[in-house]
Design a binder for this molecule. Sequence first.
Ligand code: ADP
Length: 468
Amino acid sequence: MKNLSIRTKVTLWFSVSLIIVVALTFVSILFVSNQVIQKTIKDTLIETVEANIDEVEYYPEILQDELDNDADYYLEYGDGFLEIDDDFLHSVNSVSSAVYDSKKEIIFGENPIAPETADLEFQNKEIQEIKVDGVKYYVFDRKIRNIDVEGIWLRGVVSEEQGSLQIHSISSISLIALIIILIIAILGGNLVAGKMLRPMEQITAAASKISKGNDLKERLYIGPGKDEIHRLADSFNEMIGRLDKSFENEKQFTSDVSHELRTPIAVIMTQSEFALENPCSEEEYRNALQVIRRQTGKMSDMVNDMLTFVRLGNENVVYEKKKLNLSALTDTVCEEMSIIGEKDILLSYEIAGDVFVNGNEELLTRLVGNLISNGYKYGKPSGNIRVKLETEDNRAVLTVEDDGIGIAPENQERIFNRFYQVDGSRNSRGTGLGLSMVREIATYHGGTVEVESQIEKGSKFILKIPLF
Ligand code: ADP
């Protein structure tokens, strides 16, 4: 059973249930038909006997002329005559009727089982049953009253066998009809199951095509619809879409990383080759070593950032979050970074006390540090960086604002992409990973980071994360 296809299984279950239903229907048809037929037979027996009863009359005397000319039947009985009308039905609809005298002898009519019913007591207006040679007979007796003589009975007899014949033909017809219906339903069911499961085959084919060819651009098209299979196909497409996007991202990331690492490596190579192959003064050696150190530092930052990205994306290496005093953390970072004093930029900060978030200290320190260090990098000499921490609608809001070079509107969203640097910043010591890291960390804390900026006027980065 386990190895059968769903289509075969569905068809099998469907067929078994249908066979049970058909069998029950067949039995019910037979039962009901039998009841109806037996009732009809009994009703016919009663009707025939009741009709015949009016055809029997008694006359104390009768004219010879009448005896000769009348079509009716006359029987001498007692002191008079019994007249049996010619309408008397001896045998109709398989019902036989016979008139019995007081000695229980048939004086008129028919009874095919007369010897067997001889001992059967007359029961007025009651149907009795008797079995003769395995065949059931119904017997219905009526006492003839309203005439002057006693002891005259009318007995009707009918065999149940004619009912069996009808049941037989009903059962053959219904059996054939039900078998035809069964075959049509099973074939139809099989076709419908096949049709409904066809999209599943498409899904299987597409999935194996994807796994064989590694083609994540493949999508399923199974036409319009909203049923379970269409929803499955939609989820499948969505899943493949996400896989495709994440593979593309990874590809892009790897290619960006190798591309970005190439520049510092090339600079280090050139510097070291130059210093080794040419006679240099001590100062030239120093310069070369400084360049090498700067580039190595850049590579080291990049590798560290990349490691953090990988960890943030890897659910197994979770940066633990706990109740964290963001006010204290921001204060410490600002205090440490205000000493930098690069380009004579003044860092001022206004921090609301006891702002608690559910966060990771290492990541949030890096986030605040990144934003402030960008303020120094892209701020104008003797400019200002203003850091503010406040709360708003159950969220901690941290803004880092500078009055530096600003960012053009078309770049304001791109700066959050990995390795994206606005042209003028390409040669800076940055890696282009800082802001994408900031956004990743904000998302990791269930928050957002946005920028508002005007070229030559300055930029304002706004971080919002839920309070603890
Ligand atoms: P980088 O290492 O180059 O600083 P980031 O991801 O931190 O990388 O920033 C991306 C780019 O966004 C920077 O190269 C710079 O062009 C721009 N940028 C970031 N912060 C600021 C800022 N405060 N003012 C102006 N431009 C900025």
